[in-house]
Write a protein of this length. Structure first.
Length: 79
């Protein structure tokens, strides 16, 4: 496992609204990265995996649209 402090923090869109990602947790190749984020509106701290967050718009970088779709859950194995 490794933890990286993001400097500067990255502005992201989460299921609970806009936030800044402060830390990135990597448990290894079999896991999604975990993003530790602080919400802009409430200051709450939440952790999301890659499928749950998106980078905010950044016109300078040419990112003028951000998809807010919900990721589909992987299908469950048939028993």
């Amino acid at each position: 496992m490794s933890i990286l402090q993001l400097d500067p923090p990255i502005p992201v869109i989460t299921p609970k609204g806009e936030a800044y990602a402060q830390l990135l947790i990597d448990y290894g190749p079999e896991y999604n990265l975990l993003w530790v984020c602080f919400l802009d509106d409430s200051g709450e701290c939440w952790t999301y995996d890659n499928t749950q967050i998106r980078a905010q718009k950044n016109v300078t970088m040419g990112r003028t649209f951000v998809s807010r779709h919900q990721a589909k859950s992987p299908p469950l194995a048939a028993e």
